[in-house]
Design a protein around this ligand. Structure first.
Ligand SMILES: [Zn+2]
Length: 251
C-alpha cells in the first residue's frame, strides 16, 4: 500500500523503548491502524502533542499489508478533545466508545461515516451537560450498529412488519416485536413505552442533540440492558469489555 494519508483519532498509546510510542489510530480511510511513532517521546519530537489520547489528527504512515505494526512518519493535530482527559465521567464514556469501536470493527475496512460519528460523539461528550453523557453513549451505540450494517428495528415488528403494539424487544430478530410475535421469540423481553420512545428519539435524531435529552434515571438500567443484549448478538467480545463495566459503576 505504500504511503498512506488520512485523518485519525488516537484511541490508545503505550511507550516503546526509551523514546518511542505505539499508537492505536482509528482512521477515516483505513479503519483501525496500529503504528510505531519513532522518537515521539524524545525532547525534539516531530509529532508534538498530536499523538495524545483523544486527539483528532492528520497522519502519514508507511503501510505494508500483512504487517501488524505500521510506521508513522507524520502527524499534526486538528483538534484535541482536552476535557475528556481531565473529567472522570467524560473520560470513561469516551474510552468506552473506543473500546466498543475496537471490538465492533473487524479488520481495516474504511468507514468514513463511522469515523465522522466518532468525531461527533467526542465533540458531544466534550460539550454536553454531565447528565447527557449516557444518552450520547446510547446514541453512539445505536448509530455505530447502523453504520456497521445491523440497525436495530424500532418502528415495525421484526417478524410481521406491523407498526403498533411493539411491546417486546427480540435481540435475535434485531429489534422490536409485537406481543403476538413476542410469544414465538423465546429470547424476547418486555420493554417499557418510555424506553422504546427514548431509543427511537436517539436513533432518529442527530447525535449532537442526544446530550440535551432530558435525563431519566429510572430508564438507565433498562436502556443499557436493551443495547447490551442487542450488541451481544453482533459483537463477540462484548461481555468482557472493561469500560462497559466501569460505566455501570458510574450509574
Ligand atoms: Zn409481529
Amino acid at each position: 500500500m505504500g504511503i498512506c494519508k488520512s485523518e485519525a483519532v488516537v484511541t490508545r498509546s503505550i511507550r516503546l523503548g526509551e523514546t518511542s510510542k505505539i499508537v492505536w489510530l482509528y482512521t477515516k480511510d483505513f479503519g483501525r491502524v496500529k503504528a510505531v511513532a519513532k522518537g515521539a517521546r524524545s525532547p525534539k519530537n516531530r509529532f508534538g502533542s498530536s499523538l495524545e489520547l483523544f486527539t483528532h489528527c492528520s497522519v502519514v504512515f508507511y503501510c505494508k499489508e500483512r504487517r501488524d505494526l505500521q510506521l508513522l512518519s507524520q502527524s499534526d493535530t486538528l483538534r484535541h478533545f482536552s476535557i475528556l482527559e481531565t473529567d472522570v465521567a467524560r473520560f470513561a464514556f469516551a474510552s468506552a466508545c473506543f473500546e466498543l469501536l475496537d471490538t465492533m470493527v473487524v479488520g481495516e475496512d474504511s468507514n468514513p461515516p463511522l469515523f465522522q460519528l466518532l468525531l461527533d460523539t467526542l465533540g458531544s461528550f466534550e460539550e454536553c451537560p454531565k447528565q447527557g453523557l449516557r444518552s450520547v453513549f446510547w446514541a453512539f451505540e445505536l448509530k455505530a450498529a447502523e453504520l456497521l450494517g445491523y440497525k436495530p428495528e424500532l418502528f415495525r415488528c421484526c417478524r410481521c412488519d406491523k407498526e403498533g403494539e411493539l411491546k417486546r424487544f427480540a435481540p435475535l430478530k434485531g429489534g422490536l416485536v409485537c406481543r403476538a410475535c413476542g410469544l414465538r421469540e423465546p429470547d424476547s423481553f418486555e420493554i417499557s413505552p418510555a424506553a422504546r420512545e427514548l431509543l427511537r428519539t436517539l436513533q432518529s435524531r442527530d447525535i449532537s442533540e442526544a446530550g440535551s435529552q432530558a435525563p431519566v434515571p429510572r430508564l438507565e438500567g433498562e436502556v443499557d440492558r436493551v443495547l447490551e443484549v442487542f450488541l451481544q448478538f453482533h459483537v463477540d467480545r462484548l461481555p468482557g469489555l472493561k469500560s462497559l463495566r466501569l460505566l455501570k459503576s458510574l450509574r
